[in-house]
Design a protein around this ligand. Structure first.
Ligand SMILES: *Cc1c(COP(=O)(O)O)cnc(C)c1O
Length: 360
């Protein structure tokens, strides 16, 4: 069977090489006579898998020594709660910059844990853009500032991160982590569910500056306290071993490809193929995001009518394109082109878009 042109928003495409490696090792991992899923998480064999994944992420993202890398379950959504539970300070307010549905959800959860405010929002512009630096209301006594680096649903992405000075910057990077080089030292905490750019669902990566671990209240439930995961190498209880194994394999694939700089080039090329098809269509396709805020990971666009969009999506499905429908909250069309989506799939989509326009 042919592999589908997979433009799913998440869980999303995985590199074919990674799937083949996992397939080859499925029944007998590393001479153990069993799959990774069947290993004890306390065994040397699993421990090596676990530590290699963590170290490779450190290497690829040049994560400084004063940061811990944690593997946690519960998705990015649990981080909407864990971030405020651990980082909120009495008498201080957490500052949320709203750029889409995911940041709204993060704000809602934080509001249950303490005092919050909205330092900027582009909701009135239908989240077509990222706010300008000058429009951010940042205050030195904020507990932290929270942003969503890539807005998976609206197809917008921060191009320059705000300078929050001594206030920790917290970023939900679920849909663009590892898509380009990153200056980790600008952030207090980064979190990302793995199922977009890092691997399968089931594991969430948290990168936290070590001094921030001191903020966690002592009476937090043990699994919700970052210190538990940091002090136990993310193995206080059984970790999602197979997800972490595949995460390690995806990281190995990125390394072999040439690291995040090479991946960034590839991503830019893939994105411009599709954005060019939109921009050169004479208004047949209309991008949702303002040009300056366009995401390299999620390309969102509309056609002239809902009817024509339906026709487009049906014709696309017919040709083997999967996942091009927009998020159920906003409709339209969306192509998610994470690291593992091959250039050929983007080329095929571009061709299909030109062809569909010519016929309609
Ligand atoms: C997908 C996504 C989430 C939700 O992730 P879960 O792992 O399903 O909780 C949160 N934030 C962003 C930016 C996302 O893209």
């Amino acid at each position: 069977m042919e592999r589908a042109y997979n433009f799913n928003a998440g869980p999303a495409a995985l590199p074919l090489d990674v799937l083949k490696e996992a397939q080859a090792e499925l029944l007998n991992f590393n001479g153990t006579g069993m799959s990774v899923m069947e290993l004890s998480h306390r065994s040397k064999d699993y421990e090596a898998v676990h530590n290699q994944a963590r170290e490779l992420l450190r290497k690829l993202l040049s994560i400084p020594e004063n940061y811990d890398v944690l593997f946690i379950q519960g998705g990015a959504t649990l981080q909407f709660s864990m971030v405020p539970m651990n980082l909120m300070l009495p008498d201080k307010t957490a500052n949320y910059i709203l750029t889409g549905v995911w940041s709204e959800k993060a704000l809602d959860e934080a509001g249950k844990e303490g005092s919050t405010r909205v330092g900027a929002s582009t909701a009135e512009q239908k989240y077509r853009s990222i706010p300008e630096s000058a429009d951010l209301d940042l205050r030195p006594d904020d507990a932290y500032v929270h942003i969503t680096s890539n807005n998976t649903i609206y197809g917008t992405q921060w191009k320059h991160f705000p300078d929050t000075k001594d206030v920790p910057l917290v970023a939900d990077m679920s849909s663009d982590i590892l898509s380009k080089p990153l200056d980790i030292s600008r952030f207090g905490l980064i979190y990302a569910g793995a199922q977009k750019n890092l691997g399968p669902s089931g594991v969430t990566v948290v990168i936290i500056r070590k001094d921030l671990l001191e903020r966690s209240p002592k009476d937090l439930p043990i699994m919700l306290n970052y210190n538990t995961h940091a002090s136990k190498n993310s193995m206080h209880n059984t970790p999602p071993t197979f997800a972490i194994y595949l995460l390690g394999k995806v990281l190995g694939w990125v390394e072999r490809y040439g690291g995040v700089k090479a991946i960034e080039k590839l991503n830019d090329m893939k994105a411009s193929m599709i954005y060019d098809a939109i921009d050169q269509s004479g208004g047949f396709y209309v991008g949702h995001a303002d040009k300056g805020s366009r995401s390299v990971m999620n390309v969102t666009f509309n056609l002239a009518s809902e009817e024509l969009e339906k026709k487009f999506l049906a014709a696309a499905r017919e040709k083997g394109f999967v996942g091009l429908n927009g998020h159920r909250s906003i409709g339209g069309c969306r192509a998610s082109i994470y690291n593992a989506v091959p250039v050929e799939a983007c080329e095929a989509l571009r061709e299909f878009m030109l062809e569909f326009k010519a016929k309609n």
